[in-house]
Design a protein around this ligand. Sequence first.
Ligand code: FAD
Length: 265
Amino acid sequence: MNYDVIIIGAGPAGQSLACRLNDAGLKVALLEKQPETAIAAPQYDGREIALTHLSVKILNKLDVWKNGMQQHATEMLGARVIDGTSDHTLAFERPDQQLDALGYMFANQWIRQHLFERTKTLTNVELICGQSVSDVRTNKEQGVVCLEDGRILTASLVIAADSRFSQIRRMMGISAEMNDFARVAIVCRMKHEKPHQQLAWECFHYGRTLAILPLSDNECSAVITLPADQAAAVQEMSETEFSADVQRRFGSRLGNMELISERYA
Ligand SMILES: Cc1cc2nc3c(=O)[nH]c(=O)nc-3n(C[C@H](O)[C@H](O)[C@H](O)COP(=O)(O)OP(=O)(O)OC[C@H]3O[C@@H](n4cnc5c(N)ncnc54)[C@H](O)[C@@H]3O)c2cc1C
């Protein structure tokens, strides 16, 4: 089969691009290795994404934002940054009082689900799920993509949207510079006693960083970034110990804190 564009990977990047190319009238194949059921109903994975106004503008253009997505967003009114044990707080407010927020918090799961709702209506995009790519080759005329079931697809352009450790990029011999900081992020949802006032906090405690991001009423996402060799110990803490530790490191600004989800590393 021949297409104008083949996109490999139906995550937020691949699906957003497919929506735009569809509107431009191009014939697109969107390949995803997971089964369609998995991308139609993505599971919660702990990621809460801070969307900027530019991202919202793009999602608006794709008819995704106002068509259901907006209701799932939490407005982030401002952000506070703390350096070590300093009492000083660096404050970020809305750049323009006419804007309703500095940015929006949104679970990655919902970004994927809302994009999929739009993707499945696209008439110029063929979604091929549950297939891994066994080979990709390009020459001056075209790109050739071989699927594991033996199908061969061709296109004028092949897009590797298979995430940051892209196997497709490697298969095509394109190098990337990577910097391994040997750090792990542990993410989870917590509830707390005092309202977060829709503020995001980033606490740069030396050696370990703690971000507290506002979700719905008296709930937040905690993101702990720490050296990889300390991650297992944090994952093994009891729920009570973990909650008390986060509360202490955050200086009890939100009162008592309690873990209410799994911890994802
Ligand atoms: C804790 C956390 C917080 C984050 N917060 C933010 C934030 O606040 N703001 C922000 O902008 N970003 C944030 N990010 C980053 C953001 O989640 C990613 O940048 C984004 O999800 C990347 O989307 P993607 O479509 O490129 O990749 P992915 O979401 O990884 O999707 C890639 C897709 O490609 C598929 N795939 C992989 N290999 C193949 C293959 N060989 N063949 C076919 N399909 C394949 C996968 O199954 C997957 O569906 C955060 C990330 C984490 C972990």
